[in-house]
Design a protein around this ligand. Sequence first.
Ligand code: PEP
Length: 253
Amino acid sequence: MREKLFVGNWKMHFTLREAKAYFEKFLTLQSKNPLSNRIIGVAPPFTALFYVKSLLKATYIKLVAQNAHFAEKGAFTGEISPVMLKEIGVEYVILGHSERRHLLGEEDEFISKKVTSVYNIGLKPILCVGETLEEREEGETLERVSSQVKIGLQGLKSLQPQNLVIAYEPVWAIGTGRNATPEQAEEVQSFIRKVLEELYGKETALEIPILYGGSVTPENVGELMQMPNVDGVLVGGASLDPEKFYKICSIEV
Ligand code: PEP
């Protein structure tokens, strides 16, 4: 049985004071109606990670980092090592997010080194893949996603499926208010599952959670989650509002 995951990506939002107010609200909501049968994760900016860990101490909410470097330590000014993230209680790391690919020039080979390092250190990579609008219009979606998955995972020869997550995030849907339809998400996500099967065999492929991300809201999450290969969601904008994120996380699974 694949895990259902709901991950909020705060991006570059929230000071410590704002993070505290956020969880006061979110934890009050969930104390009235605890959410079981699912994993909920939150990815604050680096400056708030350690503090948020302390706020979440007595909860089931997982700490997620938005990025990591591949090296364990060294002369990499401005970077954060996966060892440092593990030390403070991070469990998942978002890698290959489209904003890092497109705004900061991260490429598949570089992302692959991070995925390998993060996985080997004992954290769970959330590898983000997805096509641009132009690629979709040119009919290149599946080819693009396939190469992102294959190169991204090329360093992981054997795999514990519960220690890896893939997130399909069409670039044209991120932060645009234009989500993929459930059918579009399912088409690509079932294809990703086939690629995973090629790489690791059917049994393993069936255990790897594949999330959808791109303008997820409390209104559209229900129909997306009905798709057989949508195992959860990666949420940007709507995760900044604790009530909306709580509504998204509390969908029936
Ligand atoms: C994201 O940042 O991963 C994302 C999906 O953003 P949004 O939900 O705002 O589209």
